[in-house]
Design a protein around this ligand. Structure first.
Ligand SMILES: Cc1cc2nc3c(=O)[nH]c(=O)nc-3n(C[C@H](O)[C@H](O)[C@H](O)COP(=O)(O)O)c2cc1C
Length: 269
């Protein structure tokens, strides 16, 4: 470098120019990649819905996910009444536009949960939720419910899929959480998730009976059909999972809706 270039002012100008160029590149990438990120997130949610419902297994391409998802019908459920409602009732023109996260934050469409009832640790509960139904021969064959609740470090977001009896689990999985890999993160372990299909949610009194059993479920116990092994070394995440199932399948969650399905009051939607 020649002596004339070796000045403080030129060094600062070069540094500033470099910062400007880099910030333009970073901002442009963030803006340009945003639609791809949104599309990937939507695809990931669809994939998780289909996996919970047992409609795809193993690796699946984007095309397979989109094609299989055509069998799934999203509907809006009023959690107070258990009725399926038009999206306009919840303030949206279409079911596709319905944003449950925003509905949960809007004071007009959600409520504060008193601490004593907030077993899922979510603070507020939306009045309307997007539920996914699979229909075969004009009858509902699968019901896929969005659930969420606090574990140890994070809110876990997932889907619980039930059979047409609105009681037996088809599959259960989380698509977003920040629990510790190897501990609470074992909620993603296929062998743990594999315990859920076939479990029943409600006991004879129609109360949620799901239990995460520390030390493992005793297959001879009369309650084995409601039990799943607790996650080893992750009692707090396990308790969070048990609590969120109790909350969302309970009377503050989807219980009214599921009762109506069982009573044959919601059939072809
Ligand atoms: C770094 C670190 C990360 C942890 N992550 C989790 C977790 O994700 N979920 C959880 O329940 N417990 C986690 N724990 C353990 C809890 O602090 C607590 O000890 C545990 O839930 C008790 O479970 P156990 O009775 O099955 O041992 C973590 C502990 C440490 C030190």
């Amino acid at each position: 470098m020649s002596k004339s270039n070796d000045t403080i002012s030129k060094t600062i100008i070069v540094a500033l120019a470099l910062c400007l160029v880099c910030s333009i590149i970073v901002s442009a990438s963030a803006v340009l990649l945003k639609p791809t990120q949104v599309a990937n997130r939507t695809l990931n949610v669809k994939e998780n819905i289909l996996r919970a419902a047992g409609m795809i297994e193993g690796a699946a391409t984007k095309a397979q996910i989109e094609e299989t998802f055509k069998q799934v019908k999203p509907v809006i459920v009023d959690l107070e009444t258990g009725e399926v409602v038009a999206p306009e009732v919840a303030g949206y023109e279409t079911v596709a536009a319905f944003d449950q996260g925003k509905v949960a934050q809007n004071p007009e469409t959600s409520k504060d949960i008193p601490n004593s009832e907030d077993i899922a640790g979510i603070g507020r509960r939306e009045r309307y939720a997007k539920v996914y139904l699979v229909q075969e021969n004009d009858a509902i064959s699968r019901i896929i419910l969005p659930v969420r609740g606090y574990g140890l470090w994070s809110t876990l977001y997932g889907f619980m899929a039930l059979k047409d009896d609105a009681d037996t689990v088809v599959g259960f999985g989380f698509y977003q959480h920040a629990e510790t890999p190897g501990l609470g993160g074992e909620v993603d372990n296929p062998s743990w998730k594999g315990q859920w299909p076939g479990k029943e949610i409600y006991n004879q009194e129609n109360e949620v009976a799901t239990t995460l059993v520390k030390g493992g479920v005793d297959p001879n116990s009369p309650n084995a059909k409601y039990g799943v092994d607790s996650l080893a070394g992750a009692t707090l995440t396990s308790r969070g999972v048990e609590n969120l199932v109790h909350y969302w399948l309970g009377k503050e969650g989807f219980k009214q809706f599921l009762n109506k399905i069982r009573a044959g009051e919601i059939t072809n939607v």
